[in-house]
Design a protein around this ligand. Structure first.
Ligand SMILES: [Zn+2]
Length: 125
């Protein structure tokens, strides 16, 4: 596999190598960590225990793009006010992302009702 920008995937491998499989207690090894998809700011990895073969699951991991230009990595429809207000929050960590992933997988088909309605930005030109 090729190199990844900023060593994000390598950092994920190192992160999971500090964790142990809950079935056999062996630490995960880099062979068990497979990059499924890479997008700007996000890596999707599948983690499998290479000792006993139990899958840990698929993790969606946000990568901190340190040194990126002035605009923080945030949704394109955020206003400047949103950025001022929200960008001071601590960066999302791997654990946050894993928790969020667990949270999303537990949502039912009516998950959208929990999301506050957003005003549609005028799309005309
Ligand atoms: Zn195991």
């Amino acid at each position: 596999m090729g190199k990844f920008h900023g060593g994000g995937f390598q950092a994920i491998q190192e992160y999971f190598q500090q964790k142990s499989c809950r079935f056999c207690d062996n630490p995960f090894s880099s062979e068990g960590i497979q990059l499924l998809r890479e997008e700007p700011g996000v890596l999707v990895v599948r983690v499998t225990c290479s000792s006993c073969g139990h899958p840990l699951g698929v993790a969606i991991v946000g990568t901190n793009n340190r040194g990126q230009k002035e605009r923080p990595n945030c949704p394109a429809d955020w206003t400047k006010k949103d950025i001022d207000r929200l960008s001071k929050n601590p960066a999302i960590t791997y654990d946050d992302v894993l928790s969020a992933h667990e949270f999303f997988t537990k949502l039912g088909s009516d998950w959208a009702q929990h999301i506050p309605r957003l005003r549609r930005a005028a799309q005309s030109q």
